[in-house]
Design a protein. Structure first.
Length: 197
């Protein structure tokens, strides 16, 4: 009788251990799946603007955002005019442009933040938010551009910033939706349709 009791207790103990292990395994698995599936949003980032003030992307919740890397001495620099035009036209309709000056391509943005600000104002009357100069590729890529270019972070796609004036379209939930090549004008139908849909 004692032997039977010992065997029975042993079986119960093993079954209990197996259930606990199985539950732990299921919990870990579901947590891993959850963390893999939770893509980031642009709202987690805070950066500095051209004046050195903090700019919190969380302040843009509910707006469509066009993020663009800019340069003052590029063949595509006249796109500032088109960017300002669509910003003026649609800013009252929950749309905003955020510019990031970058010197990654042929040293076409050599200026300081103050010089860039002055250039944008004098030549194109830029009123949309312009951030402090950053790197948009390479080992010193800023955190915002890591989010924009890495599928592991944005949940949509990997991309390389090909040149100045590449555009990233972010929806009202702060998620990446589309990447627009540098030579496509901001006033192109694909961009305007996205803003107005």
């Amino acid at each position: 009788m004692k032997k039977l009791l010992i065997v029975f207790t042993g079986i119960c103990f093993l079954t209990s251990c197996k259930n606990v292990a199985q539950n732990m395994s299921e919990n870990t698995s579901s947590q891993t799946t959850k963390s893999v599936m939770e893509k980031e949003t642009i709202y987690q980032f805070k950066v500095k603007d051209l004046s050195g003030n903090e700019f919190d992307f969380a302040s843009l919740k509910g707006k469509k955002i066009l993020v663009v890397n800019t340069a003052s001495k590029c063949g595509l620099t006249p796109q500032y005019k088109d960017l300002e035009a669509i910003y003026e036209k649609y800013k009252s309709k929950n749309f905003v442009i955020v510019g990031f000056p970058a010197n990654n391509f042929a040293s076409q943005e050599p200026g300081t933040d103050k010089e860039i600000s002055s250039f944008c104002q004098l030549n194109y009357g830029v009123t949309f938010p312009m951030m402090s100069k950053v790197s948009v590729k390479g080992s010193d890529m800023c955190e915002v551009y890591k989010f924009l270019t890495q599928k592991a972070k944005n949940g949509i796609q990997d991309s390389d910033v090909e040149w100045n004036f590449q555009k990233y379209l972010i929806n009202e939930k702060g998620e990446l939706e589309k990447v627009i090549a540098p030579r496509v004008l901001p006033t192109d139908v694909t961009v305007v349709d996205w803003i107005t849909k």
